[in-house]
Design a protein around this ligand. Structure first.
Ligand SMILES: [Zn+2]
Length: 556
């Protein structure tokens, strides 16, 4: 038998493949039995055809569907075999046969060992390919998906696998995605699902967000082939970073059981780094003319540069920014405009009501007690270049020794001098005087930590090697209750907004007065509207005007 295998998931076509096992002689047991009962010459030894055997048993299993069902009343020990549900792309390919043969072997083995085996099959039937196919063919994505499922189901049945079809499910059916929506709302209530502007991979042809895995090495889209752009968009995330320490810790239990290189890949993905969490006191001016104090926690791996801090910057997702933008219309406009800013923007918004104090400058009295914070003179900005969700969503800006901080400083405070605090070993210029630096006249200095030392701008720490200074500065701040050791992880929250239309509707209503409001449980599922997909720009949901303009769950 020759199959043309084509995977619509990747859009690639693989060469014709001859299924080798269909050319083998049938196993002896079957041959003997068949030879014994044969009546025609065709049924003599060696002349039995697999398709005939297939047809006989497929018909038998079709007539008695209970053969492979897993009754919930069974007293046998239960065993669950679950393979990944296929995406209904149109036809099965060799990859499907391979994976489902493996799970079928396990299911049959466990069945023969006396287990009540549940081996279900279903369809991972939401996704962009269905939407694209629907646009190309001018059909409803649901219709296209259902047709494909019928074709693939027939093929899967011909494979003769031991699936319990009475448990079949498809993720695009409202019965199923009602559950998806319930789970989403549970995560939302726990703060594990949230919405934030994020820099995403944007496919200008498909008009959709792409996962990193969908961007080819040459920077083009895996499907459309278009050059992928970077763009800020409001996106939904799952807060998987909350589990980063647990994930990292759990890897230890796999050592010696999993291949080393797999564990290393996981370690790199989680990407743990060690640094310090430093508290910067804040003074916030209130509307009535008074002021109050607060503190900002900042993660840094370069505490040795703390004397060079000239500003603090908050990500747009920082809780303080969200709080201030409720009363500061200009700030809200800045945040709202971020999606329109170019990639790598150094734009900043100065929070004029907030000033910060550098905790290393706090002085002590003669008896060793700490004096109150002195000059609150550090400006605090909101800056899109600070990543939300990483560490503390806030950075200490050291323009002299960090390129990104310098670029931001130059953009927002071009006339202000830069204060250098670290000097490379052997350098003649100790760079003590602050100076106005421009990228054409001078380069900033990103110091390596081992071969540099602190200059005279660092008080009692001047002359110390950066590594030693780092340890001493941390000890001092820790004693004052202003620093703690901290871990940070490279793992990012999981961006889930990917489909334009053919996906589970997110059950949140955006209300002009209440903000984001979860749909009530009894109103689930939120059904996808029926619309015609044109593939022309923007969200297809714009067409469904009645669906988009709904009532706020809080007002009914
Ligand atoms: Zn409302």
């Amino acid at each position: 038998m020759i199959l043309q295998t084509r995977c619509l998931c990747s859009g690639r076509s693989s060469p014709r493949i001859v299924l080798p096992f269909l050319r083998l002689r049938p196993p002896p047991l079957v041959l003997l039995r068949k030879a014994h009962t044969s009546k025609t010459s065709k049924r003599q030894y060696g002349e039995i055809t697999i398709p005939e055997i297939d047809a006989k048993w497929l018909a038998r299993w079709e007539d008695t569907p209970r053969t492979f069902q897993s009754p919930s009343t069974s007293t046998k020990p239960p065993y669950y075999v679950l393979s990944m549900f296929p995406y209904p792309s149109g036809t099965l390919h060799m990859g499907h046969l391979r994976v489902y043969t493996i799970s079928d072997v396990v299911a049959r083995y466990k069945h023969m060992k006396g287990f009540n085996v549940l081996h279900p099959m279903g369809w991972d039937s939401f996704g962009l390919p269905a939407e694209n196919a629907a646009i190309e063919r001018g059909v409803d994505p649901a219709e296209w998906t259902d047709q494909n499922i019928e074709t693939m189901k027939t093929q899967l049945k011909r494979m003769g696998a031991r699936f319990d079809w009475s448990r079949e499910l498809r993720t695009s059916s409202p019965d199923f995605y009602s559950g998806t929506q319930k789970l989403f709302l549970e995560l939302y209530k726990e703060g594990l699902a949230y919405r934030a502007p994020a820099l995403v991979n944007w496919d200008p042809v498909d008009q959709t967000v792409l996962a990193n895995e969908q961007v080819a090495k040459d920077g083009t889209s895996w499907r459309s082939g278009a050059k992928v752009e970077q763009k800020y968009l409001e996106q939904w995330f799952f807060k998987i970073t909350r589990n980063a320490p647990f994930l990292r810790h759990s890897l230890e239990s796999l050592r010696g059981k999993w291949p080393d290189h797999v564990i290393r890949q996981q370690e790199n993905w989680i990407g743990e780094s060690s640094g310090s969490r430093v508290k910067f006191p804040l003074r916030i001016a209130d509307a009535d003319g008074s002021s109050h104090e607060d503190a900002l926690k900042i993660y840094t791996t370069r505490l040795d540069t703390i004397f060079g801090v000239q500003f603090l910057a908050l990500s747009v997702t920082h809780p303080l920014v969200q709080k201030f933008s409720e009363t500061d219309a200009e700030l809200k406009a800045f945040v709202d405009n971020i999606p329109n800013l170019p990639v790598g923007t150094k734009a900043g918004y100065l929070l004029s009501n907030v000033k910060a104090f550098n905790p290393i400058l706090q002085e002590t009295a003669e008896d060793g007690t700490l004096l109150p914070a002195g000059n609150f003179d550090l400006p605090v900005f909101v800056a899109p270049y600070v990543l939300g969700g990483l560490g503390t969503s806030a950075v200490m800006g050291v323009p002299a020794h960090d390129q990104r901080d310098f670029d931001f400083w130059q953009e927002n405070c071009p006339e202000q001098p830069v204060r250098f605090v670290i000097v490379q070993q052997g350098a003649k210029d100790r760079m003590v005087e602050p100076r106005v630096v421009t990228s054409t006249t001078n380069k900033i200095f990103a110091p390596g930590i081992t071969k540099s030392f602190l200059n005279e701008n660092c008080g009692q720490y001047a002359g110390l090697n950066c590594v030693v200074a780092h340890q001493q500065l941390f000890a001092t701040l820790k004693e004052r209750g202003m620093a703690l050791p901290s871990k940070r992880f490279r793992i990012r929250d999981w961006l889930i907004s990917r489909q334009r239309f053919w996906g589970t509707p997110i059950p949140i209503v955006h209300c002009g007065s209440c903000g984001s409001v979860p749909v009530k449980d009894e109103d689930l599922p939120v059904l996808l509207p029926k619309i015609t997909l044109t593939g022309k720009g923007g969200s297809p949901l714009k067409q469904a005007k009645e669906w988009v303009k709904t009532t706020c769950p809080k007002s009914v």
